[in-house]
Design a protein around this ligand. Structure first.
Ligand SMILES: *Cc1c(COP(=O)(O)O)cnc(C)c1O
Length: 457
């Protein structure tokens, strides 16, 4: 009978060196492989399923097996030709920091559990606030992504508004609580609706404000009742990339005493880019903001932040009581729904340090430039672009056969784009969100899109 070896018996260096070889083998292969797996590669994945063996397997064998059997079944989102959803790649420094962080294996919820985890989060948080030009006194919670950031921001809004009315929602719940009104745009992101449903605020009990032709909330239609209100604005419409007119809407909402939460999952990064900053003007007047790090900052999954002007309110909304955690025990967990978690600040810090302010701005601007090149190229080939390409998102209308054309482009496997339903129309949706995308990637992808489309029109 074979016993599990202790760490000192395993040649950790050769295991990790072997793993690094698998990693670089994978990454250098991205350039030439299809963006989505072929049928054959999907069949290989079947080799991964069998009864768990009785006997242990050597770690280097496990890794070799994972690489040879699993790597072909990935979607090449780490490469430069994936334009589906809004998916960032992984910056080299962030990827490498992710490896170091795995060796550290920190539980970053508590300061006593990870001084470095807390420190890196605090510094990365300051850098993010500076880049996005948000109030420096704000608290920042590192969460899995914008969905949880929206949840945390809205939980803080709920806490603050109900506290003002003398209601302790954390203790007494929503049964019998004073009513809150929630205002969203007609093109609100589904994750806001999910957060509202988790918070007992109801995903359908919302006032929907009409939007303009780009999906932005209309200031002239920004009307709601005079009662305690949470207003959810959006920086980065998931289809068009458009940003709500913050400078007009936030003062109007504030006038009525509302809490303003901004879902800025990807679009708020415009505030860090010299040529796009003007689109977000006035966004710093809000109370809370959600931003993804795994999308446009190109930090590995999963990573996002909630930023809130009033850190004490987030702490109150997220408070937790345990005998082994005296109230006020310092630590990043105070600003998030979770307790134990990975040290997300490590990759965020590494990504930001490797880019510098200039690099962040360039990353955003480069993606936007690529989006414009695709839009112009498709337009010149005779296809219709549905949105004003103000950021990194492009919507394409190929006519009645749009859906078949999207399928054909996906099957060509040079790039990947998804479909969407937007303002009553089926459209192809392009999102350029990766540092890895080159001019050559854009030209190859454009050619693939045009070739596929021309077969149908
Ligand atoms: C992606 C996205 C979300 C959800 O973010 P996750 O990181 O997937 O949780 C929320 N809002 C907008 C506008 C998004 O683009």
């Amino acid at each position: 009978m074979q016993n599990l070896k202790m760490t000192e018996d395993i040649d950790i260096k050769s295991l990790l060196t072997g793993t690094v070889n698998h990693m670089s083998d994978y990454l250098t292969g991205l350039k030439d492989r299809p963006v989505i797996p072929t049928g054959e590669q999907l069949e290989v994945l079947e080799r991964l399923s069998f009864q768990l063996p009785d006997q242990p397997m050597e770690p280097d064998q496990v890794l070799k097996f994972l690489h040879t059997t699993g790597s072909g079944g990935t979607v090449a989102t780490a490469g430069g030709r994936y334009f589906g959803f809004v998916i960032g790649g992984s910056l080299p420094a962030a990827l490498a920091a992710n490896c170091l962080s795995a060796a550290w294996d920190q539980c970053a919820g508590l300061q006593v559990l990870s001084p470095v985890g807390e420190k890196l989060e605090l510094v990365a948080a300051d850098w993010i606030k500076q880049l996005l030009q948000l109030p420096m006194q704000s608290g920042v919670g590192f969460v899995t992504g914008a969905t949880m950031a929206n949840f945390t921001g809205l939980a803080t809004a709920r806490h603050t508004l109900l506290e003002k009315l003398g209601w302790n929602v954390e203790a007494d719940g929503m049964f019998g609580a004073p009513e809150l009104q929630v205002v969203v745009g007609e093109e609100v992101h589904v994750s806001i609706l999910k957060a509202l449903s988790l918070l007992g605020l109801g995903s359908e009990r919302v006032v929907k404000i009409p939007v303009d032709s780009q999906g932005r909330m209309r200031a002239d239609a920004f009307k709601f009742d005079d009662k305690p209100t949470i207003v959810c604005l959006q920086a980065g419409n998931v289809n068009t990339g458009s940003i709500d007119p913050m400078q007009q809407l936030i003062p109007m909402a504030k006038e009525k005493g509302a809490w303003v939460h901004v879902d800025g999952a990807f679009g708020l990064w415009a505030a860090a880019a010299t040529g796009y900053r003007h689109l977000t003007e006035g966004v710093n007047l809000a109370d809370s903001w959600s931003v993804d790090l795994h999308k446009w900052l190109n930090v590995p999954y999963d990573s996002g932040v909630v930023i809130c002007r009033y850190p004490e309110k987030v702490k109150a909304a997220m408070s937790i009581n345990a005998a082994y955690l005296p109230p006020g025990t310092p630590g990043p967990y105070q600003l998030t729904p979770g307790m134990s978690r990975k040290a997300r600040g490590v990759e965020a810090y590494a990504a930001l340090l490797s880019l510098g302010k200039r690099g962040v701005s360039d990353l955003i601007e480069r993606c936007c430039r690529h989006a414009k090149t695709l839009a112009t190229g498709l337009e010149q080939a005779g296809f219709k672009i549905l949105n004003d390409v103000v950021l990194n998102q492009v919507l394409v209308d190929f006519g009645p056969r749009t859906e078949e054309i999207i399928q054909a482009i996906q099957q060509d496997r040079v790039c990947w784009v998804g479909g969407t339903e937007w303002q009553g129309k089926r459209a192809m949706r392009i999102s350029v969100s990766s540092w890895a995308t080159t001019d050559e990637d854009i030209q190859r992808s454009l050619q693939s899109m045009i070739n596929a489309a021309e077969k149908y029109v």
